[in-house]
Design a binder for this molecule. Sequence first.
Ligand SMILES: Nc1ncnc2c1ncn2[C@@H]1O[C@H](COP(=O)(O)OP(=O)(O)OP(=O)(O)O)[C@@H](O)[C@H]1O
Ligand SMILES: [Mg+2]
Length: 232
Amino acid sequence: MTKLQPIVEIKSLNKTYQVKSGDVMALDQIDLEINPGEFVGLIGPSGSGKTTLINTIAGLITQTEGEVVINGIDMSNLSDAEVREFRLNNIGMIFQEHLLVDSLTALDNVEIPLIFNGENYKTRRKKARKLLKRVGLKKKEKHLPSDLSGGEQQRIGICRALMTNPKILLADEPTGDLDTRTGNEIIKLFKQIVEEDGISIIMVSHDPRHQKHFDRMIKLRDGKLDVDSIHD
Ligand SMILES: Nc1ncnc2c1ncn2[C@@H]1O[C@H](COP(=O)(O)OP(=O)(O)OP(=O)(O)O)[C@@H](O)[C@H]1O
Ligand SMILES: [Mg+2]
């Protein structure tokens, strides 16, 4: 069997935050590969480095040492502007607080990434509507985020993240603010996206009941990968 080219390759990754009281080693010698089409759960206690790892893969945080290669591109060779452009085109981000713009409708919120990409109005609208339909929110396109449920807001955030056809979705506790049933619906939607679009998703979760949905689990402890968990 030929080995797939990993979509994410992380080699000897270290991240140290410098604070007044001393250095905090948030990531300690992480080696990790994520394949195309993998749905990966990232778990670990509070403070174990999950958000740091997600944000380093996204290029939002610069590592202290080591390599982050995404889709064959070594992020450390790119300028800040190139990292921003690379992220826009290759990585979709989904947050616990979904970070929608309160004054914009659902449709306008979904369109945002393609405005940054310089796409024309008609193409943006068409694509945003198609995604809203896909997640069952066609009828809610004119609603403001405040007029939507938490699960609906998160689905808007997912549509927004999918607008540029990213190769990878990074989701930091996307179900953290949701009740169990709504959280499960979001995970099922992620599974569907992985299967239909062939993209990879790394999702941070605190809930052990989510384990059964993932293709693979990665566990962090004190900034280190808990190797035993990798093949769970
Ligand atoms: N900006 C920062 N400056 C200094 N230290 C930080 C910073 N961000 C995170 N840390 C520290 O790095 C470590 C890892 O934090 P991180 O936020 O990645 O953990 P986490 O696993 O996402 O935790 P949680 O489950 O609570 O979200 C912690 O010790 C944290 O205090
Ligand atoms: Mg976190």
